[in-house]
Design a protein around this ligand. Sequence first.
Ligand SMILES: NC(=O)c1ccc[n+]([C@@H]2O[C@H](COP(=O)([O-])OP(=O)(O)OC[C@H]3O[C@@H](n4cnc5c(N)ncnc54)[C@H](OP(=O)(O)O)[C@@H]3O)[C@@H](O)[C@H]2O)c1
Length: 281
Amino acid sequence: MNITARTVVAGVVGAPVRHSLSPLMHNAWLEKAGVDGVYVAFGPPQDGFRAFAEGLRGGAVRGLNVTIPFKEQALELADDASDLARAARAANLLLFHDDGRIEARNTDGEGLLQALAVQAPGFDAAAGPVTVMGAGGAARGAIAALLQAGAQDIRVCNRSLDRAQALAEDIRSGSVTALARSDLAVTGAACIINATSLGLGGGPGPDTPWRLARPGCVAMDMVYKPLRTAWLQEADAHGLVTVDGLEMLIRQAVPSFRALFGVEPPEMDMRALLLASGAGG
Ligand SMILES: NC(=O)c1ccc[n+]([C@@H]2O[C@H](COP(=O)([O-])OP(=O)(O)OC[C@H]3O[C@@H](n4cnc5c(N)ncnc54)[C@H](OP(=O)(O)O)[C@@H]3O)[C@@H](O)[C@H]2O)c1
């Protein structure tokens, strides 16, 4: 890589951030596309995110993907935000414009929909109830995108019911219901999404009464380490169509790359590259 005075700099910010796969993805695309750019990881202290991001106003860095725990703060400090970021109340992408403005976007939901389109091609958000396990930032992004895609009946099931209720109230759409009981949330579901952090690093996912889902139901797990989570294996054993979190990770990076570097990511087998690097292991 030939770094020059013209090299465009972008990156990812989080705490912790050293495990992030985003630098691997974006730098592979940059190299293949022959773009004079570099994508690095920034790990400011937990209480230092605002000062860090404010200091980038004016475009010294073109933009940043934002990960845990800064997604909500990223939206708060932005001057403009996309509808999806506003609806999700969280941003996973900040763009630093030359005039000093900071623009917030959320590409997580788009990543989710694209992953469903790739690994469960028959999925139609409007075709039946969608159950979202979890009510954190990832669940919010998913629900905003599912509503945009035409979902009519979204059930949010979370350990802390008050958080699910707050989410349903914020979204202010009659299509979103908060439920504490997983049996009620899963009955007749056409799609079940694990948006909790359960299963991360191994171990069980959220307790899910698979038999109550409708035939042909899709199970999507946002957790991608391990790639075949115990939750996805259970879903598979019950005959559900499964979609993994690595596909979502790759698909959310596509619109990010486009926004950061102004070109489409080049054709390449990103999934194979990530798996070869040990992602999902
Ligand atoms: N594949 C991708 O591209 C992608 C993108 C974004 C996020 N993710 C993944 O999605 C997951 C959630 O991320 P997030 O940003 O939404 O995190 P978050 O805001 O911290 O929310 C965590 C969620 O998990 C639930 N939870 C945590 N521990 C639990 C337990 N022991 N039992 C039951 N529920 C539990 C929480 O429930 P309470 O409200 O009750 O605490 C909450 O609903 C993470 O694993 C993240 O890596 C993946």
